[in-house]
Design a protein around this ligand. Structure first.
Ligand SMILES: NC(=O)c1ccc[n+]([C@@H]2O[C@H](COP(=O)([O-])OP(=O)(O)OC[C@H]3O[C@@H](n4cnc5c(N)ncnc54)[C@H](OP(=O)(O)O)[C@@H]3O)[C@@H](O)[C@H]2O)c1
Length: 251
């Protein structure tokens, strides 16, 4: 038996229409998983679907910031496709805004998609009939910003730190239901999110930041491999952890 094999496992991935979520969907499909790809933009979700290996994958275009209906929605999804083995919450937003100009509306928009959606998706996942009762796993995309934040990232870093506390809490609470809950904490990864940073951070500051990465910045695949490991049977004794993947940035 290959402990990294995910053949036949149904895994929901949010943020699957772009960046890390897309690469994770592609890699997990290569490991045999059936992907339920979630994002807002149907055209980008279709691009993800066309890159997946195997068949029976599905996509769902919805705004996860509307958090209250998520548990009922997941129940309907599982009624259609069968129980889910995994949930990966990769949908998220970053905001570079000093506290001086940060509005409550900015802050709550970040918290809503990065954290509140994770809570309500997890609530949906743990319901009977939604998760695979023989064992299942959740992975949240936290960030190294949870441990080593930079100025102007208050809302983002707070949301990512809270995801680690959420995973640690649910690791205890859901162990009896055979659900493992972990985080991955990437450093800078080359995606649209970082392309946007390029526009916001002055070139010199960005250069200085990049020089703090002994192994350079990461690729979405680097994160996909770590997420796949935490989902797979190979990690059956791992729950409540936060796996840093940052090319040595926080070392
Ligand atoms: N890139 C990095 O350097 C880095 C580092 C550490 C952690 N992370 C974390 O990793 C995760 C993925 O980042 P990324 O770089 O892959 O980001 P990305 O390329 O900007 O992709 C973000 C994804 O989130 C989805 N999304 C955003 N808001 C949504 C909403 N309200 N409802 C549904 N879907 C929504 C987007 O969907 P649409 O495209 O359909 O709008 C997209 O698929 C994030 O949680 C991020 O904080 C990233």
């Amino acid at each position: 038996m290959n402990p990294l094999d995910l053949t036949g496992k149904t895994i929901m991935i949010t943020g699957a229409s772009n960046g890390i979520g897309r690469s994770t969907s592609v890699y997990l499909s290569r490991m045999g998983a059936r992907i339920l790809a979630v994002g807002r933009n149907q055209a980008r979700l279709d691009e993800t679907l066309s890159a997946l290996e195997g068949t029976r994958h599905r996509s769902y275009a919805l705004d996860l910031s509307d958090v209250e209906p998520l548990p009922a929605w997941m129940k309907r999804v599982a009624a259609e496709v069968g129980p889910l083995y995994g949930l990966v919450h990769s949908a998220g937003m970053v905001l570079n805004r000093p506290l001086r100009v940060l509005t409550y509306s900015d802050y709550s928009a970040i918290l809503r998609i990065n954290l509140d959606a994770a809570v309500m998706l997890s609530k949906g996942f743990r319901q009977k009939g939604v998760r695979d009762e023989s064992g299942s796993a959740i992975v949240y995309l936290s960030s190294v910003a949870a441990f080593k934040p930079k100025p102007a990232l208050a809302a983002y870093a707070a949301s990512k730190g809270a995801l680690i506390s959420l995973a640690r809490t649910l690791a205890h609470e859901l162990a009896a239901d055979r659900v493992r809950v972990n985080c991955v904490c990437p450093g800078l990864v080359q995606t649209n999110m970082v392309a946007d940073l390029n526009e916001i951070i002055p070139e010199e500051q960005l250069k200085a930041l990049l020089s703090e990465y002994p192994l350079g910045i990461g690729t979405p695949e680097d994160v996909a491999y770590a997420t796949a490991f935490l989902l797979a049977p190979a990690a059956k004794w791992i729950t409540g952890t936060a796996l840093v993947i940052d090319g040595g940035y926080s070392a």
